[in-house]
Design a protein around this ligand. Structure first.
Ligand SMILES: [Zn+2]
Length: 376
């Protein structure tokens, strides 16, 4: 596909940044939130509906897609974009993290990871080279390096050894990726909560040279305070002229805190997964639609929200379809949550461009402190 991958930083406000990633499949406005389309679908959403929420890019999971339906099959069917009917950019993870969290009987060596599928127990191997091949077969626009990271807390020696293995794999990922105009390869910084290890990792990645850089190894059980403590210094170690991606984050206040600390891209299953369990995110915090307080309430989830769930349906209806386990419940609540997340991102982009991020942040905090509307 013709065209180039590039990143333009348009505005900064404190450490917060706003910009645009150009790809042959369209622009990604940053800071960007990427909904997760694990198995070639954002669950309960049509792809055109995902686009209507304001998402410029989706995330796909290499681990899931390689097991089912298989990367070679998706390639024969025209690639992931055509397969799932999403023509905008797609970022794929490397599979490394999910092998560690989902697969059975893993064996980790210098070469890579062998594991048994959580679906049928079949044996598979992932290496930096195979991960690059799978992500190429999928047709991913932004490819992630194959890496490994321990759950936190872990001792320093374990974190250091794991980070250095990931840096050797980053070089092998770079070599295997080759030269693919219009496609980007991102390196992943590791090092847990250890500042010196984060610096060593950032130096190793910068020496190799990537189109973007992820802060990896966070949101793995360390808690928000420790994560923010790391983000107070980790993003600034990465090249200023490349996008910075925080993987697997998070709740609305995690996202705002990460952008405040210089992160440009994030992904998380939380808004879509919560939509299926009845948990709703609004300007006033979290509400649970299954609570009886909503059963006679004719008001929308959030009167200021422009999503279809809020424009056309009452809390009473959403409560009813959730309690009745109707499919439309997952559809509407997921749509609302994803729309709200994209509203946050748009609000932050505008505020950073206007130099008013602190005021936007104060209004965000005030809305949450107010809490959900009083029951009728
Ligand atoms: Zn809504």
């Amino acid at each position: 596909m013709a065209g180039k991958f590039s990143f333009q930083l348009d505005a900064t406000d404190g450490a917060a940044r706003a910009g645009v990633i150009e790809t042959p499949r369209g622009q990604i406005r940053t800071p960007a939130f990427m909904p997760v389309g694990t198995a070639a679908t954002v669950k309960a959403m049509m792809p055109e509906s995902v686009a209507q929420t304001g998402a410029d890019i989706l995330l796909g999971n290499t681990y899931h897609l390689m097991l089912r339906p298989g990367a070679e099959r998706i390639d024969r069917l025209g690639g992931l974009h055509r397969f799932m009917n999403w023509d905008r950019p797609i970022l794929t993870d490397s599979g490394g993290f999910q092998v560690m969290s989902l697969a059975g009987l893993r064996k980790l060596t210098e070469q890579g990871v062998t594991f048994k599928s959580h679906i049928d127990g079949s044996s598979h191997e992932l290496t930096p080279e195979r991960s690059m091949e799978i992500q190429r077969l999928l047709g991913s626009d932004i490819v992630m390096c194959f890496d490994e990271c321990p759950a936190l807390p872990a001792d320093r020696d374990r974190i250091a050894a794991s980070m250095r293995l990931s840096m050797r794999w980053a070089q092998r990922s770079r070599d295997a990726f080759g030269d693919r105009p219009g496609h980007a390869l991102f390196g992943i910084q590791q090092g847990g909560l250890e500042r010196e290890l984060r610096e060593e990792s950032a130096e190793a990645l910068t020496r190799i040279g990537f189109d973007g850089y992820a802060v990896g190894g966070l949101a793995v059980g360390e808690g928000q305070e420790a994560m923010f403590g790391c983000l107070d210094h980790a993003p600034a170690m990465l090249p200023v002229d490349r996008p910075r991606y925080l993987m697997g984050v998070g709740k609305p206040d995690d996202i705002v805190g990460a952008v405040e600390r210089g992160i440009d891209m994030m992904d998380c299953v939380l808004p879509s997964r919560s939509g299926r369990t009845g948990q709703v995110f609004t300007r006033h915090g979290v509400l649970n639609i299954k609570n009886a307080r909503h059963q006679d309430d004719p008001r929308p989830l959030d009167e200021a929200c422009a999503c279809p769930a809020c424009r056309n349906y009452s809390r009473a209806y959403l409560h009813h379809v959730f309690r009745s386990q109707e499919i439309i419940s997952s559809m509407l609540l997921t749509w609302h949550n994803l729309h709200y997340y994209q509203d946050i991102m748009a609000g932050m982009r505008d505020a950073i461009a206007a130099g008013s991020f602190a005021q936007w942040r104060a209004a965000f905090d005030a809305g949450r402190a107010q809490g959900d509307i009083e029951p009728l």
